[in-house]
Design a protein around this ligand. Sequence first.
Ligand SMILES: [Zn+2]
Length: 306
Amino acid sequence: MQTTLKSQVIFRGQGLHSGRPVTLILHPAPADHGIQFLRRDFARGEGIVRALFDRVNQSPLCTRIQNQHGASVSTIEHLMAALAGCGVHNVLAELDGPEVPILDGSAAPFVRGIFGAGVVGLGRELRAIRVLKPVEVRRGDASARLTPAEALHIDFEIDFADAVIGHQSRSMSLANGAFARMLADSRTFCRQADVDAMRAQGLALGGTYENAVVVDGEQVLSPGGLRHRDEAVRHKMLDALGDLYLAGLPILGRYTGVRAGHALTNDLLRALFADPTAWELHSCDTRTLAQLPGTALHAEDIPAVA
Ligand SMILES: [Zn+2]
């Protein structure tokens, strides 16, 4: 069954790149609406941006979507991950600016808000995208791949020069509350050198040592240190879940990312949908529903930091 929120939920915070205050309101939406953003600072009818892979207007640092009227929404990936991970299929996300609030740099506050509002069934059949054959994309030494699987799995591997991150890998099924329990509280991370470069370009103006894990060599500069020893790879998996949800429906398949990022995951969705023999629409039966992210999400799954 398709779902939406039981009631609206409001988040207030700052845009990571603009540094501007922003209010985000998630509204319940009817079946087959999907996830849509509404820029209410645009003229009526011109502010709707659907959360779909072909609306992505590439940005190297975050996922940004845009409509034909020039209305864009940046840094949608952590909210998209929370919606996917909590099993929410229909929502209208209203914003008064161009960027989703960064909050603590993870998806945990979104998960807590969504869980608090409650998720309700809409009595309409849910369909999923079932991967039928391997699809892979590459850029340099980075790759992203989808292969057939009964339910969504994410495997990820990263390699960073900074010793505090280094080589990290993790593999997991996203069934039920696994996202909330294992990935949701992992924060965006970056190097001090990247922060300096971004600031020089007028980006990351809302970035702080509280809403991003800033590292330098062997040191974590953010107070309190890491939430998990492998917080960096967990955050990359969180990003991948959010970016994959731009398929418009849950995916049944195994995603494998090696040093992948937002752009590569978007390339992967474009490659998948460009090949009609690589996927099919699957009507979810009870067995499939039981394995989807967010099914049987419990309060104990919500991270303590949220
Ligand atoms: Zn991220």
